[in-house]
Each structure stands twice: as structure tokens, then as C-alpha cells.
Design a protein around this ligand. Structure first.
Ligand SMILES: NC(=O)c1ccc[n+]([C@@H]2O[C@H](COP(=O)([O-])OP(=O)(O)OC[C@H]3O[C@@H](n4cnc5c(N)ncnc54)[C@H](OP(=O)(O)O)[C@@H]3O)[C@@H](O)[C@H]2O)c1
Length: 276
């Protein structure tokens, strides 16, 4: 199965579901990522911090799927905030990937205590104008961070990649993203090994539709208008995670899943996360 494409606010398109690669690295990684492409994944999500851009790039270059049919995302690390540092950073990512352009480059964290994300965003606009990056976006940006970069540059991110799963459905954040025409992309969409997939609200809904718990959760993301990037290093799992475009959760299912909200984050808090 291949995920449908969704429209971005810059006129480009992005797969509605992608392959997360955090913790997929080392000598076996290119073959594993290659088999995810063979399974139908077209979006690969990496980051400088994952230290696997080389492995992702190797898989892309070795694939029989044409480069233009693949969508490669990477992210600028915390230490590379600032205008000049950001311009050097994208060159480094492209070099490690062995590619001449990225489909999407994200500011990994806003790092408000450092307060350089506006200058960084100005560099992102330049990278896009120079064609190094087709689309530019952000990650972990709170509504106030989005408002500020848009006020100061007039350019809204194509994507905001944030922690999002049924425990943390991010109502206000998604509304803020939507106001800017920014697609919300969900990281840790499956709750990363927490007991989310074992909750009876999920397992019973999975039984009802003869699907897996992960498929139910991924379908929930799609139906609330978010674009998930599940990670799995297990071929059977990553194949089934993509097979979510031919069934529909009903209103009762969505209500049951909504009851799982706790509002608690699994990962860092954008207010004070600094990764230098
Ligand atoms: N922008 C950011 O700040 C940020 C932060 C975190 C993550 N991310 C991105 O988001 C991606 C996904 O997030 P994540 O890796 O944190 O967590 P996740 O995708 O929510 O969960 C991954 C975990 O779920 C397991 N899993 C996957 N499919 C499953 C299935 N069908 N059934 C049961 N278990 C399953 C995986 O196990 P196996 O691998 O063993 O199969 C792995 O332990 C990352 O890889 C990364 O690309 C971005």
C-alpha cells in the first residue's frame, strides 16, 4: 500500500503517513529502510540528531523507487540555530545523506531560552529559495512560536511535527497549525512503547474492525487530520502500519479513543527543551 499525498501550504505535496527512523541506524539500517520503501513507504523521517542520515541516504540512493517519488525529511539540531549556522547545517545534512536536496527540513526544537529560532527560520526561507530544500517547516513549535515567525517573516511553515497520540491529542496546537495552513505531523504516534496499544479502548476497537491496535491508532491520526510517522524496525509491523487507508473509525470509536486523553507528554516540553 502507498499512502495518499496531502497538500502543503507551499503548493507541494507530502505523503499522509511516513516512516520514522529514530533508533534505526548502523550497518543493517540501509537494508531495513530499503525494505520499508519496498513495502510502500515514500516518506522517510530522519534528523541530524538521529545520527542516521547516512543510512537513510544510502537506502534512498540504492532504491529502485525514483528519487522524485520519495520524500526525505531531516531536522536542524539545536546547536545549529542562527542564520549562518543553519545554512551550514543543511549543507552538512545533504552531504551525509548524499542527496542534492531535501523534500522537507525542520527546525527540530524552537529552544525559546536560546531565542534564535526567528533568525534560523530566515535562513530556512533562503534555503528554500535556493532550492536546497523543497519545503520548510518546524517541529515542536508552540502556537506563540508559530505566530512569531509568521509575523516576522510572512512565511508560514509547511509542517509542524509535534508529539501527538491519543494520550496527547493537541487540540489547541492543531487549531493553531491549521490557522497558518500548516500540516500537523505526529511524532511518537503510537506512544512509543507505552501501554497505549494495550489499552482496552484500543484493543476492543481493533477487534471490532479486525485490525491491529497500531492500525486503529494510526487511522485515528488520519481521521483527526494529522500525518503520523510511525517507527518500526520489524517488517511485519511496518507493513501493517501502512495498511490503514481502507477502513474507517466511526463516531463511537473516536469517542472511546478521545477518552484516553491525559494531556501528558512522553517526550520533551518545547517551553524549555534545549538540545545543544
Ligand atoms: N520531531 C521530534 O522531536 C521527534 C521526536 C521523537 C520522534 N520523532 C520521529 O517520530 C518517529 C516515531 O516516533 P517514535 O519512534 O518515538 O515512536 P512510535 O512510532 O510511537 O513508536 C515506536 C515503537 O512502537 C513499536 N511499534 C511500531 N509499530 C508497532 C506495531 N504495529 N505494533 C506494536 N508495536 C509497534 C516499535 O517497535 P519495533 O521498532 O521494535 O517494531 C517502537 O518500539 C521517530 O522515529 C522519529 O522519526 C520526532
Amino acid at each position: 500500500m502507498i499512502a495518499p499525498l496531502i497538500e502543503l501550504n507551499d503548493g507541494r505535496q507530502m505523503p499522509a503517513l511516513g516512516f520514522g527512523t529514530y533508533k534505526i541506524s548502523g550497518p543493517d539500517a540501509p537494508a531495513l529502510i530499503g525494505s520499508a520503501i519496498d513495502a510502500g513507504y515514500r516518506l522517510l523521517d530522519t534528523a541530524t540528531r538521529y545520527e542516521n542520515e547516512a543510512e537513510v541516504g544510502e537506502a534512498v540512493r540504492a532504491s529502485s523507487v525514483p528519487r522524485d517519488d520519495l520524500f526525505v525529511t531531516s531536522k536542524l539540531p539545536g546547536a545549529d540555530h542562527g542564520y549562518d549556522a543553519a545554512l551550514r547545517s543543511v549543507e552538512g545534512s545533504l552531504e551525509r545523506l548524499g542527496l542534492d536536496r531535501l523534500d522537507l527540513f525542520l527546525i527540530h526544537w524552537p529552544q525559546p531560552p536560546i531565542d534564535q529560532y526567528v533568525e534560523t527560520w530566515k535562513a530556512f526561507i533562503r534555503m528554500r529559495d535556493e532550492g536546497l530544500v523543497s519545503s520548510i517547516g518546524v517541529s515542536n513549535f508552540l502556537p506563540e512560536h508559530l505566530d512569531r515567525i509568521v509575523d516576522e517573516t510572512g512565511v508560514a511553515p509547511a509542517v509542524n511535527q509535534v508529539e501527538l497520540h491519543p494520550f496527547l491529542p493537541q487540540h489547541e496546537q492543531r487549531a493553531a497549525d491549521a490557522r497558518h495552513g500548516t500540516v500537523t505531523q505526529s511524532w511518537t504516534p503510537l506512544g512509543r512503547g507505552t501501554y497505549l496499544l494495550e489499552r482496552h479502548e484500543i484493543t476492543e476497537t481493533a477487534d471490532k474492525h479486525a485490525r491491529t491496535p497500531a492500525q486503529v491508532v494510526l487511522r485515528w491520526h488520519l481521521q483527526i487530520g494529522a500525518a503520523p510517522i510511525p517507527k518500526s524496525a520489524t517488517p511485519e509491523r511496518f507493513r501493517s502500519n501502512l495498511d490503514v487507508f481502507d477502513f474507517e473509525l466511526d463516531a463511537d470509536d473516536l469517542d472511546r479513543i478521545a477518552a484516553l486523553e491525559t494531556g501528558r507528554r512522553i517526550g520533551g516540553d518545547p517551553v524549555d527543551e534545549v538540545q545543544l
